[in-house]
Structure formats: C-alpha cells, structure tokens
Design a protein around this ligand. Structure first.
Ligand code: GLU
Length: 294
C-alpha cells in the first residue's frame, strides 16, 4: 500500500507546546500545527534549531508505514509524522524540515557528526547505542518477527532456521534483528545483510532469500504492499522500544521531546492512524511512559 501525501497547510498555534495534528483530507498524513511563540533558553538545542528556522531529521526512506519516500520525493510514515510533531513544537514548519535518509547502520554516526538534529527511524533503544548517543522516548514498542513467501510452510518460527540450514535469512547491517537472529542459525552463511530492508523484500520476492527478519511493524508494511505474496509467521521474539536518537547527554532536548509527545497524544494517535495504522492487523498504540533522560 502507498501512503499519499498531503501538502502541509501550516496553521499557527497559539501555544508553544500544545499542538494538534489535524486529520488530512486524503488520509495520507497530517497537517501538523506549528508553535509560533517559542521561547527557549539560549544555548539549548531547542534555541539553536528555533533560531536557525530549519531542522534536519534522519529517517528511513524504504519502510512502508514508518518512513517511505513517495513519488514526489518526500518521506511519509509514522516516524515522519513523529518528526513533524517535534519540529512543530520547535516552531519549524513542514516545508522547513530537511529529511536525511538514515539506514540502520549510519544512525549513530550521523548524530555524532552533527549531520542531523535528531533521528526518528524505527530505532531501538539499547545500551550499546547509548554509549554513543542518547534517546528520547520510547514512543513505540515493536518486536522482531519473520516474513516468508505466502506458500512457505517450512519456516514458522526462528527455531526452524537450524532445521533448514539451506534457508537464507535477510536483514540489514547495523540492525538489532540482524544481530539477534544469529543465535538461531545453523551457520552465519545463512545470513544475508543489505543496507536497507526493501532490498531484503526484493530478494525474498525473487527467491534469493527465504526469510526476512526485522521488527513486526516494518514487516507488516511490506506484507501490506505485497499483494498477498508475503506473510508474517510466528510470534514476536524480541522487544524493540523505539526511541528518538539525539546527541549523547543532551538531557534538555530529551526532556523537551518527551514533554512534546506527552502534550500531543492526539496528534500522535492521528499520526499512527493515518500511516502505519492503515496496515491490516496493526493496533493503535498508546504513548509509552518515557525512560528517564540521562
Ligand atoms: N528496530 C531495529 C533497530 O533499530 C530494527 C529496525 C531498523 O533496522 O531500523 O535496529
């Protein structure tokens, strides 16, 4: 399925931190309101971004429902909408957001190098990543699953992979599922790693691999687009809490993002319903309690 784009009509909000995402008229996104009277303490990331008047956000460009570049060249999806909610609270309109594609393996690097202001990209919070960056959130709880061709009945759970040592499993470099799946394989020769997930979906479709593994909601997006060619199998077998990646130790920005999401739960729900929520079988989440910012 494709998510159609709405050109944002920027409405000027009266309050800096109380934003509402209004439903779009073609069901393909939201018109996020933009704060007009922001007043951030000088020296903070929020003040820097507001002063600059633009923000650079890292996201995925190949993941239906979360971050997928449309034919006009603009990314669409739940992560994109979450990025717009945060940008709006900083006083940045949609047209002043620069989207940078951030495949799984480059996310920490682009934050460390200052190439982006933050990353919203199906990005699991974990301790290893926290050695290099910090996370706001979580804003969503996903979990790893398997996707196979609809006519494949041999593989129904990760435990079946050792019993089928010729089966190839695809994931992406620098992802948690790509690491975690190794314990279920007869040998690492079974693992095929690309940089982005749509290459795995193509490889599954043309028979180069037998299984794609990553988070359930990413796979659900590919199943939804596949016209019955792919299916999800088994249960989720990890927990993948999604965070917003920011510069390590930027506690003020972390708290600002967490407060913004908490203050905009309606916009969060609308964002879900108009993007990832359109994929069959997905459930509208409630915003999780944020982790303490550190
Ligand atoms: N959430 C997992 C991760 O952050 C998998 C999805 C992805 O690669 O973006 O690694």
């Amino acid at each position: 399925m494709r998510f159609t784009k709405i050109k944002a009509a920027v409405a000027v909000a009266g309050l800096a931190l109380s934003l509402t995402a209004c439903g779009g008229d073609d069901g393909g996104g939201s018109d996020t309101e933009v704060a007009s009277d922001t007043d951030f303490e000088s020296g903070t990331t929020m003040a820097d971004i507001a002063e600059r008047g633009t923000v650079t956000i890292g996201t995925k460009f190949d993941q239906p429902g979360f971050g997928l570049k449309n034919l006009e060249g603009d990314p669409e999806g739940f992560d994109v909408e979450v990025g717009k909610i945060i940008a709006g609270a900083l006083g940045i309109a949609e047209d002043d957001i620069e989207w940078k594609e951030t495949p799984s393996d480059v996310r920490e690097q682009v934050i460390e190098d200052g190439e982006v202001d933050f990353v919203v990209a199906t990005y699991t919070i974990n301790d290893e990543r926290k050695e290099r960056i910090s996370f706001a959130g979580p804003y969503y709880e996903a979990g790893q699953m398997l996707m196979v061709m609809s006519d494949n009945d041999a593989i129904t759970a990760p435990e079946d992979l050792k019993a089928n040592p010729d089966a190839k499993v695809c994931s992406v470099t620098g992802s948690t599922p790509g690491e975690n799946i190794k314990q279920y394989l007869a040998s690492e020769d079974q693992l095929v790693l690309f940089d982005v997930y749509d290459k795995c979906a193509d490889a599954l479709s043309n028979g180069q691999v037998d299984v794609v593994t990553t988070d359930n909601v990413i796979l659900a997006g590919f199943v939804g687009e596949s016209d019955g060619e792919f299916k999800l199998v088994g249960d989720q077998f990890t927990e993948e809490p999604y965070g917003i990646g920011i510069t390590k130790g930027d506690t003020d920005f972390c708290e600002f993002i967490n407060d913004t999401l908490a203050d905009n739960e309606d916009a969060y729900t609308t964002a879900w319903e108009e993007t990832a929520g359109q994929v069959e079988g997905t459930e509208t989440p409630t915003l999780p309690e944020p982790d303490p910012c550190a």
